[in-house]
Design a protein around this ligand. Structure first.
Ligand code: ZN
Length: 296
């Protein structure tokens, strides 16, 4: 296992971690500067932050700092409606994902991370149906279609399974096993075009996690996300913990991933409305550097 205690080479900052500090948006280009000043060489930006900063300006600032991406957030949201098939909405989903792929290419991302979507309408407050199996079928269909676009562009897709508490509104792929079933169905030859993002926050509880990481193998392991699970967790979305503050044995899971040959970054992704988003962004980044060395 790699020794993280001495350097930040394998630390990536998911820019949602510091996107809005004390109620004020921290512009992406300033976040990149602050990361570079601390020796952080890798980030994972979100599409809306890139759009606000400008795609070209973002790519240029990354180049100036010699920075790379550990992933691009995000594509997905493949579920559009029940029956009859709403072809207009399906097309809109695919077009949006193609734009995400193109942006990922411009930024030289190693993969586009996919949050696949839950029951259509649920995120806005009212689900259009209760057919989670149907939603999952639409996800598989959507990834199959996007995989063609991804192959044309040479941009891998990383399916991110989310914790089951998000099954209704954000992602109906909830275990690594499920995600790998989709990978095996759509990319049985393990071409490298389709894989998974392993996020310890979503997957730490799964008794099959080690087994499924071994099943994934190096060719499917495209990203590794870290934060911690707090007890109690007071908000389903925005109460993630800093590494070391919760109950996840992060080094153990990293060991499983690295045993498969994964040699990428540990990407810190913390949504924390009541704590870390209330602090100075520089302090949050400094804490990420410290915890990456001691707790990841
Ligand atoms: Zn994640």
């Amino acid at each position: 296992m790699r020794d993280f205690s001495q350097d930040t080479r394998w630390l990536s900052i998911n820019t949602a971690t510091v996107r809005k500090q004390r109620g004020v948006d921290w512009p992406l280009l300033d976040i990149l500067d602050a990361c570079a000043a601390r020796g952080i060489r890798t980030v994972a930006p979100w599409r809306d932050q890139v759009a606000a900063a400008g795609l070209k300006a973002t790519a240029q600032r990354l180049r100036e700092h010699g920075m790379a991406l550990s992933g691009y957030c995000r594509g997905g949201m493949f579920t559009y409606t029940h029956t009859p098939i709403d072809s207009a909405r399906r097309k809109a989903v695919r077009d949006e994902n193609r734009r995400a792929l193109d942006e990922a290419c411009t930024l030289s991302a190693p993969c586009l991370v996919l949050v696949v979507g839950g029951l259509p309408g649920a995120l806005a407050g009212k689900a259009e149906h209760r057919d989670i199996a149907g939603a999952r079928a639409q996800v598989t269909e959507g990834i199959a279609a996007l995989l063609q676009d991804a192959r044309e562009r040479g941009m891998p897709l990383a399916i991110e399974p989310l914790h089951p508490m998000y099954a209704a509104d954000r992602a109906c792929i909830n275990t690594l096993e499920q995600a790998l079933d989709v990978c095996d169905l759509l990319d049985p030859q393990r071409s490298g075009a389709l894989g998974v993002a392993v996020d310890v926050y979503h997957l730490w509880w799964d008794p099959k996690l080690q087994q499924q990481i071994e099943r994934a193998g190096r060719s499917r392991l495209l990203a590794f996300h870290v934060c911690d699970w707090l007890t109690p967790t007071t908000d389903l979305l925005n109460d993630r913990g800093m590494m070391g503050d919760g109950v996840i044995d992060i080094p153990r899971i990293r060991g499983w991933v690295e045993a498969q040959g994964f040699a990428g970054c540990s990407e810190v992704e913390i949504f924390s409305a009541a704590n870390w988003w209330q602090r100075d962004g520089g302090e949050v980044l400094d804490t990420c550097v410290d915890r990456h060395r001691r707790c990841v």
